[in-house]
Design a protein around this ligand. Structure first.
Ligand code: ATP
Length: 197
């Protein structure tokens, strides 16, 4: 079975970009946030759980998730946020376990924005955090997602665990600043991770 490595970082830190470099090296990547969205529309148990907790209106007739309805439901409600998280996270955990144990690789990466916040870090052997200065992150996200405002990005950053707390709980740190090249850092880390096997 492969070693399980988590990779996280705040919005716009570059964690998906780093994960893509690992993917070029042949490392299987589990994109937890994308997979969670997929499971919410395709995992029968999860669908039933969401309908039981939030009502049939959580889904459209065609089976697509009514994201607008759900996000309005959970917005500003810690109780409802907890309910949805307690439905989604166990489903992702199970799915990741099944996926990772079937991968033929020395290690696999689980990429997630909220690796610490969801408790998912406990199921992983090592954690990588990608950091970059807030100003750089905001500019990158503004370029990538033109529909988002600077205020919206700030609000998301404020909801996430601060970088200092993430890095102090991580085994490896990748600094994705404009003056530090990403690829050499990933190659070096890849070598270190192979030595763990
Ligand atoms: P999110 O949590 O929003 O998914 P993320 O941490 O996965 O963000 P990425 O999507 O990897 O971040 O990066 C944000 C944007 O910045 C992307 O458009 C990416 O191409 C760009 N980017 C990331 N790192 C660099 C870099 N070193 N140089 C130039 N552009 C970069």
């Amino acid at each position: 079975k492969p070693i399980l490595i988590g990779i996280t970082g705040g919005i716009g830190s570059g964690k998906s970009t780093v994960a893509r470099i690992f993917s070029i090296l042949g490392i299987p990547i589990y994109y937890a946030d994308d997979r969670a969205k997929w499971l919410m529309e395709n995992n029968e148990n999860l669908i039933a759980g969401i309908k039981a907790a939030f009502g049939e209106e959580s889904f459209f007739e065609n089976g697509k998730l009514n994201r607008k309805f759900l996000s309005t439901e959970v917005f500003g409600s810690p109780e409802k946020t907890k309910i949805i998280n307690n439905l989604v996270h166990p489903a992702v955990k199970k799915d990741f376990e099944a996926w990772s144990s079937s991968q033929n690789a020395p290690y696999v990466l689980k990429e997630a924005a909220l690796l610490f916040e969801t408790g998912s870090y406990k199921e992983l052997d090592k954690i990588i955090t990608v950091t970059s200065p807030i100003k750089v992150r905001i500019n990158r996200v503004l370029m990538r997602d033109p529909h988002r405002s600077e205020e919206q990005i700030h609000a998301i950053i404020d909801q996430q665990m601060p970088d200092e707390e993430k890095t102090s709980n991580s085994d490896f740190i990748i600094k994705n600043t404009d003056n530090k090249l990403l690829i050499p850092q990933v190659l070096k880390l890849h070598e270190s991770l192979l030595k763990l096997v």
